[in-house]
Design a protein around this ligand. Sequence first.
Ligand code: ACO
Ligand code: ZN
Length: 431
Amino acid sequence: MKKIKNILKKKKKKKKKNQKMKQEIKEDPTLQNININDTIQVYFDIEKCNVDAKVLQIKTDEITNKKLYYVHFLNLEKRMDKWVEQSLIQKNYGKIPNSIDGANLINHSMLNDNFVLTRKRSSLFSNGSYTENENEIDKNVKIKNVEKIILGYYEINAWYFSPFPNEFTTNKILYICEKCLKYMKYKNTLIKHLKKCTFKNPPGKKIYEMKISSELSSSKKKDRISESISVYEIKGSENKLYCQNLCLIAKLFLDHKSIYFDVSPFKFYILTENDKNGNHIVAYFSKEVNELSEYNLSCIMVLPPFQRKGYGQFLISLSYYLSNKQNKICTPETPLSDLGKISYKSYWTITILDALLKNKGNLCVKDLSEQTGIKPEDITYTLNELSLIKYWKGQQVVQNINIKQIEEFLNKKKASKKNHVKFDENYIIDV
Ligand code: ACO
Ligand code: ZN
C-alpha cells in the first residue's frame, strides 16, 4: 500500500514539474510571439554559435507538448534546415526585420567547407537557381519528411524532402534494400526481404568494370574492402520501379530538381563498389534517351558516405565519354545545385587546361569545344572564371597563357586527387 502511495506521490510530483515547465515555456513572452516567416537567432550546434534563421513551420510535439520550430538558417544551404526546440532559440531574440541580411551576423569563415554554401561561393556561382533564395523557400516549404535511410552498410542522414508515400515516412527512418532499392518502414521487414530479394546487382547492362586497389576502397573494414567498381546502364522504360525508387532516394539529396515519376524518357547509370559481399550502390546519373537532346546528364548524385572521393568527376567524365562517342557537344541539364556547379567547374577546368597544355595554348573556344565535347558557353564560363579570356575585335579569344603556370596548377590538382578512382575508357565493356 505504502509502495503504491509512493508511486502516486512520485507521479503527482512529476506532473507538477511538467506543468511548471509548460508554464515556464508559456511564460516566456519573447518566445511565445514567434510566427512563421520571423527571423530569429537559433543555436547552431555544429558551429556552436547563434545563427539567424527563418521560421518556416511551427508545431507542438504530441509527447512533450513542447513547441517546435522548423527553421532555415539564413545563408546556409537548405539541407541544414531542421526542427528546433525553444531551448535553442536565443531568448529576447528581438526579431530581426526580414529585410536585413543575416549574413552580417555570422562569420562564415567559421563554417566547415564540408556542408555549407558560403557567401563567397554563392556569389561565385550566382546564375542558376539557388535554394538559399528566401522567396523560393517561401513559395515552396517542403519539410524534410525522412530523417535518415539505412542503406547497405550505412545510415545516411537525409538532406531534403522527398515524396515517399506518407505511410512510409511516419517513423522518419526508411530501410532500403541496396540491391532492388525497395524501401520499407521497419527493420524486420528489410531483414525478411533480404532473404528473398532476387537482385544481385542493379538490373540492366554492365558497361564498365575496373579493379581498384584497397587504398581506394570507401570502407577500410577488412571484410568490406572494395575490389572493383562497376557501372550499369538501365533503361527507365524497362526497369520502372527500380528507377522510380532511385529517383525518390536521389531526391533526399537534391533540392532543385523535380522528381520524375515518368522514368521512361531516361537512362540511368548506376555506379557500384564491389566487395566480397556483392555490389553496393554508390552513385548514379540519369540521361535523356532522346538522341537529339543537347544534355548529356540530367541528374547526378553520389551518396553522402561516398562523396568527395572523385566519384562525381568519374561519372561526369563518363557522361562526356558517352556523348563524345556520338560526336556530340553537350552540357548538363540546368539548374545545377551548388555542389553540382563546384563539380562541373572542376571537371571543365581540368579538361580545358589539359587540352590547352597539349596544344601549347594555341586553341580558340571552338577548337576547345571540339576537342573536349564541352559546350562553347561552358568553356567561356570556365575561361572567364580563370581570367583566361579576353574580347578582341568583338570576339572572345583565349588570353596568352603561361604554360608553366598551367602545368604547375594541373600537377597540384592531380596530386590532390591521387586517392580518387578515375574514369578510364579502357575499362568500358560495351556501350
Ligand atoms: N564542399 C566543397 N567542395 C566539394 C564538396 C563539398 N561538400 N563536395 C565536393 N566538392 C568538390 C571537391 O573538392 C572537388 O573539387 P576539386 O576537384 O577542385 O578538388 C569537386 O567538388 C568534385 O569532387 P568529387 O569528389 O568528384 O564529387 P562528389 O563525388 O562528391 O560528387 C556531387 C559531387 C555529385 C555534386 C555530390 O556532391 C552530390 O551528389 N551532391 C548532392 C546532389 C547534387 O547536388 N547533385 C548535382 C545536381 S546538378 C545536376 O544534377 C545536373
Ligand atoms: Zn531487394
